[in-house]
Design a binder for this molecule. Sequence first.
Ligand code: G1P
Length: 303
Amino acid sequence: MSRIAGAPDSVRTAILPVAGLGTRFLPATKAVPKEMLPVAGRPLVQYAVQEALDSGIERVVLVAAPGRDLALRHFARDQELEAALAARGRSQAQAEVRMLATFGERLTAIEQAEPLGLGHAVGCATRALGPGPYAVILPDDLVLGHAPCLRQLLDVHDRLGGTVLAVTSLPPEELRNFGVVAPGVDDGIVVEVQGLVEKPAPGSEPSQLAVVGRYVLSPEVCAALPTLAPGAGGELQLTDAIAATIGTTPVHAVRFEGRRFDCGNPTGMVAAGVAVALADAARSAAVATSVRALLSGMDGEQA
Ligand code: G1P
């Protein structure tokens, strides 16, 4: 594994790109931004902000499309609502609404005027924020596990510096939708990244290690963002900015502990909702009973 001299800069800020059009979720996303769609009663963006703060991040910057900053309202203080909940004895809901406002104190939003790609979205934030390093969370990728996924990346960054990405092994037919890693030295958890291909053509994948939406970006990657040329799909790709730093700055991938759900499509979001509910002690028994009843009913229909 390559190392850099001295302790790496600590990562205090997470960037959350949320400016996508949400076309796979139409018509739900016609009026409601995708990051506000609920998974088991909480909007997707809340899981991402919670993960950032649970990982020790101090400041979260949303990159939002113009006029689509509903997430900021979700995290704004609402004393009237808190008082109404208190008056009705809904102390748990009141505590969560209050907690959201404490998250909101750490939240700001930046506009991405045009949806030119993930590299452009992150570049809009880094241009405003300065050289980095930064964490990035893509709220579409919901990861459930014991330790927050981003924390696992930050631990590797603390040891090795540079850029760190989350990866998971996927079947070959799914790789065309992801960034895919060309691996070097591999200790079973941390993998040296020797190359990166965004949305490889079938048959040209360098491995089965697909990038999941969690990153720690070195200052060198941030410096490469403004020089990006259009890549896969004609978009400015974050993968290409990271690839441009390989050989000069360490880039590592982490096979994280946890389960990833693709909440960028309705099926993945349903699965994530069931998984969140099953992990919640107050709901798991009732949800498990409903799911079992549904599945046995389907078996009955097929029989
Ligand atoms: C983006 C990244 C891709 C990564 C994926 C993870 O793709 O460009 O490298 O593998 O997120 O979800 P998108 O899903 O925006 O097409």
